[in-house]
Design a protein around this ligand. Structure first.
Ligand code: G6P
Length: 765
């Protein structure tokens, strides 16, 4: 094998990581050369753990190189595999998850029940942020997920990103080993039927030499001590569940046992401290004994075998968590199921699942509904869905429990306050509620904005603030001026704002509104936005765009409460800034083409209804061109309303695929090559025009709309020289590959010299 495989570990400074390296250093023989990059946040801890890992790797026979870094981007770039084992909130967070449900008469655990829900609340935003980085820097990589609650995390990744992900957990293997031990037979001689979800799986049949030995197992099932579930129940059902089912069958016993006791997390704090202490300066060739005692069996039993099965393309069966597809016909296709699957270089393909008894089926279905609702609730910040999620959880029995639990962990606190955060809009989909701001349009409406009674901070920039200051009905408690959206500057500005403000009001363009969202998100405050130009869609998006190392990074999830679109304010901005709003609408013209291509060539998910809605928007754009050119109230309204619609549609779909294609890649590459900022919509307009030409896709129609709207899109107006333009085009395909942009025309048609010549001839420099 000639290629070097890059494996990245998120949460690489975990004290158990040396165990993974130990297993790999022995087992990865024959897997070629492997570069293992550990990413951690705390430098000191990472160095201690990383140094030990290096020593262990050097000792083993495999061709394994270990490095460690705190720089996520450089680590992720070009990765082939990423192992996610981060623990958001650390052991302190885990201790909370394992204890707070007890107040409501429910055992605490970090995966199942309300504890798992609370852990998801902390974890999903972080994992989704990291996955966005993966989409950009390592789009082909496979994510192996270990972070709990494992299948909730995995469902969020599948639903909201394009990352390929497989979930690994040792508990199915451990359960099968226990059965083999009970029968006193080697595991390899037994064959199991296994079906379910993470920590919710069942062994339904055990065969030995072609014979069903399940009756023997059930007869003596009490001997599997870790199950802690009444044998009578299992004998009656005829199946053996994951030991985690004890939380559902016997919560009372677990509560009684844990009453007044330290949580697992509290116990582990001491263990981890001892481990780190021993690791420091460890020089022996043996593994530290504290590591052995930690018992991180998951690396040996499942994580490393699955990883190596992919690297070596073994096509062997493992029980892992994967997309259901049609494997379990009685569960939705997108449920994350735990099943035997064939693992090879192209991922994990689940095998058709065995039948299960009706009551088990119903339990798993309810668990699937719980996980889906939990993810949606957290991503959409929907209190209502969170309540439904908890009510659909097997460990929660009354509505009072659900509400009490939620009120003690939901970021907005109580329901009433949460209700203030955003309005639930059901316009796009009848089945899924999406939280969306209230958008108020009007001339001179800022005077009536209800701000009198609260201490609010205005987050803005000098120019829009000079215009808007006199129009507001009340004076803010503080004004914060945004100078840069670089990550450090963003955090610094948030820290400088007085702690006692009760509301955040963003006034300005993209950066000011994003910064306002950031402050509100960090502090969990209600947020109102007042756009001062009609060429930014920040008011309608749920994430926050910051810059890191020159690249955009999307973080957070926040929906503003109110958006006030005051024509009187917007019309004072230079018309150019307002007309540029066309860019992010017209880009759908080329993005839809790219999407259809990706569907055809790559089998990417395609939705004709969504494509049709975008085509309607483009027709309406054509009709509204004169109003946009005049920057009339109608023109401004059209653009802002189009943004709102686009964002709703894309959120329902799960990505911006229908609106962003090679047009945006062109714009990002132009910024990258020429190293200067642009008016986003103008650059995207030029990008759309160029890409329409490359696609052979009604270039003249695009040009006509841009002209009639009065958008500046010619390289001359944007300050792009002929040489600069040629460099942008020459490097475009490479940029798209390097930064892992989606599949587009750039992957399908070369940019030839004659195409560049043709473009140069048609545009004005
Ligand atoms: C098993 C469970 C995991 C759990 C792990 C470690 O593998 O399936 O969900 O994270 O054990 O548990 P511990 O309590 O030792 O951290």
């Amino acid at each position: 094998m000639s290629k070097r495989t890059k494996v990245v570990v998120w949460g690489g400074s975990a004290v158990a990581t040396p165990e993974m390296v130990d297993v790999m250093s022995r087992e990865a023989v024959g897997a070629g050369s492997i570069e293992l990059v550990l990413v951690g946040r705390t430098k000191e801890k990472l160095e201690i753990v990383g140094t030990l890992c290096r020593r262990i790797a050097e000792r083993g026979p495999a061709d394994l190189d270990v490095s460690f870094t705190t720089d996520m981007e450089s680590a992720v770039a070009g990765a082939d595999y990423v192992l996610n084992q981060i623990r958001v909130g650390g052991m302190e967070g885990r201790a909370f998850d394992e204890s707070f449900p007890r107040r409501f008469g429910i055992p605490g655990e970090e995966t199942v029940g309300p504890g798992g829900f609370s852990y998801s609340l902390r974890t999903l935003p972080v994992v989704l942020d990291y996955c966005r980085l993966m989409e950009m820097l390592a789009p082909q990589a496979v994510l192996l997920n270990l972070t709990n609650p494992s299948s909730i995390v995995q469902y969020a990744v599948r639903r909201y990103t394009n990352v390929r992900v497989i979930g690994t957990c040792d508990s199915p293997v451990s359960l099968m080993e226990a059965v083999a031990q009970l029968l006193d037979l080697p595991l390899a001689e037994l064959s199991f039927s296994y079906v379910g979800m993470h920590h919710f799986g069942w062994i339904t049949r055990v065969l030995w030499e072609g014979q069903d030995v399940m009756p023997h197992v059930l007869e003596r099932v009490e001997e599997i001590s870790k199950l802690e579930i009444d044998a009578k129940i299992l004998q009656a059902i005829g199946a053996i569940p994951s030991p985690y089912l004890k939380y559902y069958y016997h919560p009372d016993r677990i509560l009684a046992k844990t009453e007044g006791r330290a949580t697992r997390a509290e116990q582990l704090v001491g263990v981890q401290a001892a481990m780190l202490e021993q690791y420091e300066g460890w020089t022996s060739a043996d593994k530290p004994d504290t590591l052995v005692r930690r018992g991180a069996v998951w690396y040996r039993k499942i994580v490393v075998p699955v990883l190596l099965a992919m690297i070596k393309d073994l096509r062997k069966p493992f029980i892992v968590s994967v997309d259901n597809g049609s494997a379990i016909p009685w569960l939705p296709e997108d449920t994350i199921v735990e099943l035997p699957a064939i693992v090879g270089a192209d991922g994990a393909r689940p095998l058709a699942a065995a039948e299960v008894p009706a009551d088990v089926k119903a339990m798993v279905q309810m668990n699937a509904a719980y996980e889906r609702l939990a993810v949606e609730a957290i991503v959409e910040r929907s209190y209502g869905k969170a309540l439904r999620a908890l009510l659909a959880n097997w460990m929660v029995h009354t509505a009072g429990q659900a509400k009490g639990l939620l009120d003690s962990i939901w970021p907005e606190g109580k329901e009433d306050e949460a209700g203030k955060q955003g309005q639930v809009v059901g316009a796009v989909s009848k089945t899924e509620d999406i939280v969306f701001p209230d958008i108020v349009y009007g001339d001179g409406i800022l005077r009536e904005v209800p701000l009198l009674e609260e201490r609010f901070v205005v987050v803005t920039m000098e120019e829009p603030w000079a215009l808007a200051k006199e129009m507001l009905p009340a004076k803010p408690a503080a004004v914060a001026f945004v100078r840069s959206m670089d990550w450090d500057a963003v955090e610094g500005l948030e820290r400088d704002i007085s702690p006692d403000v009760e509301r955040v009001v963003g006034i300005g363009g993209g950066s000011a509104l994003d910064m306002a969202k950031y402050v509100a998100w960090r502090r969990n405050l209600p947020c109102d936005l007042i756009p001062s130009i009609s060429s930014v869609d920040t008011f309608a998006t749920k994430s926050i765009a910051v810059r890191e190392g020159g690249h955009v990074r999307y973080i957070g999830f926040i929906v503003p409460k109110n958006v006030y679109v005051d024509y009187a304010l917007i019309r004072q901005a230079p018309p150019r800034l307002n007309r540029a709003g066309v860019g992010d609408i017209i880009s759908a013209h080329t993005a839809l083409w790219d999407w259809a291509l990706a569907h055809e060539r790559r089998g990417e998910r395609y939705d004709e209804d969504i494509a049709a809605r975008f085509r309607d928007l483009l027709t309406a754009l054509d009709e509204n061109a004169p109003e946009i050119q005049r920057v009339s109230a109608e023109g401004v309204h059209f653009i802002m309303d189009a943004y709102a619609q686009i964002n709703l549609i894309c959120r329902r779909f799960g990505s911006s695929r229908p609106q962003e294609g090679a047009d945006h890649t062109f714009a990002y590459n132009a910024e990258y090559i020429t190293e200067r900022p642009y008016i986003h919509g103008e650059l995207v307009s030029l990008g759309t025009l160029v890409i329409a030409a490359l696609q052979d896709n009604e270039w003249e129609w695009v040009e006509g709309i841009l002209e009639r709207c009065g958008v500046l899109y010619q390289p001359r107006d944007l300050g792009i020289s002929e040489g600069g333009f040629v460099s942008i085009l020459c490097s475009l395909e490479g940029y798209s590959r390097k930064y892992g942009r989606r599949y587009t025309v750039l992957d399908d048609r070369p940019i030839t010299e004659s195409f560049i010549e043709g473009m140069v001839g048609r545009l004005v420099f």
